[in-house]
Write a protein that binds this ligand. Sequence first.
Ligand code: HEM
Length: 512
Amino acid sequence: MDFLSPSTFSNYHFIFTALALFISGLIFILSRKKSNSKKLNLPPGPPGYPVVGNLFQVARSGKPFFQYVRELIPIYGPIMTLKMGTRTMIIISSADLAKEALIEKGQVFASRPRENPTRTIFSCDKFTVNAALYGPVWRSLRRNMVQNMLSATRLKEFRKARDMAMDTLIERLKLEAASNEGLVWVLKNARFAVFCILLAMCFGVEMDEKIIESIDQMMKTVLIVLDPRLDDYLPLLSPFFSKQRKRVQEVRKEQIDTLVPLIEKRRSAIQNPGSDLTAASFSYLDTLFDLKIEGRKSSPSNAEIVTLCSEFLNGGTDTTGTAIEWAIARMIENPKIQLRLYDEIRSTVGEKKVDEKDVETMPYLNAVVKELLRKHPPTYFSLTHAVVEPAKLAGYDVPTDANVEFFLPGISEDPKLWSDPEKFDPDRFFAGREDADITGVTGVKMMPFGVGRRICPGLSMATVHVNLMLARMVQEFEWSGYPDNGEVDFSEKLEFTVVMKNSLRAKIKPRA
Ligand code: HEM
């Protein structure tokens, strides 16, 4: 996902700290008159330094940002402020406040903040569904993605791509296990499977594994350069980052050079029907070539199409792969849950391969996946929101230039909302003890896809992917830990999404 929330900031050297403090002091003195933040009644937060605010406290804590925030919540409460250099970050971590902001005041909280220079380049100046300001461009792009790609009817059309990707996944797992004494890497294989589906939907042209891997590699490089830098928070330091800025330009060029040939191949296949026999009947690209954008005369340029396709690929790859990695970890930790799931699959489909129609009728599987998304939301922060006009939340001011963040585990692990929130327990949903509307329409208790106007448009497709992939993996193999009998380590780390700190390697045994 090329639009994830705050990173660890842990790689910066002490010299930058000293330098930054010095320069910041200077800016502070020069810009004191302009500051109006004193007049605002911002939510509470840890005291910071002039200008740099809490930036270096976060950086030097050595903790992932989500951990730093988690530890502050008991001190400052469900709405707090962190000053990250020139950016004011307001962090919300309760269901009530998320509901007030995203549902009751949904229109006001539906925008995005200004981008840093790197993101401006990769988003073609906010020309994506996820980065667009709340307004006509966002409406046009989102409507196109939802109606023309992610509607129930469209989703059905890509069933073949999903089936193929699932078969390839099982084959890859078998091959990897055969040459590694039964061991396989989970995240890498799950990511690859979902990436293949999204590529097929996006470009509608056939690609061999080598090309797919090279595109994947390029996308990863993009995510790396998109990681926030110190100068994003303290723009005055940007002269020290000229090498990184050059690298950003190179990677953007590489992205364009890799994807434009695929775009042109599809364009020509559409213009000359029958010329490419491998071309699919429909793809996301087809919806973009002549897309009408409210308030704009021209259809998207090639560079803009590259950006929109990258958004489509990134939105669903790491998120879904991550969900599967945690799911398998939980299956290994709880062999009884795994067995119960396997029994449900067998009693539903018998000997045949489980498919996406079947998974809709499997209540235990659905409960496992819901519990998975409660306990392990792939991103711990929703995408950053911004208000369209100065607003109030819980009596505090929310200015238009603030980054409004929603800390999702604060909601889905709140003991006031959940019994035993620490426990991974699909039965809470299966046995009807507890429930939650994942879309937030009838209430907010967990929001792994966000809620309100900016809710993830890929929600339905992602749910199909996670259910189907988990069902196929459990149907084909019995999963156990490595080393044998070793406990699964559930430590987390931030890597675009929140993945397992020690990437999961598991032992598989084909089911008899
Ligand atoms: C398990 C998988 C997924 C998870 C957990 C997830 C999660 C999220 C979250 C938390 C947001 C932010 C909502 C907000 O701003 O409040 C989001 C937005 C978004 N997601 Fe997903 N997502 C997943 C899969 C997908 C897929 C498969 C796609 C499309 C191919 C997708 C495309 C998007 C887009 C375009 C947005 C921006 C929406 C907007 O700003 O209007 N996501 N997603």
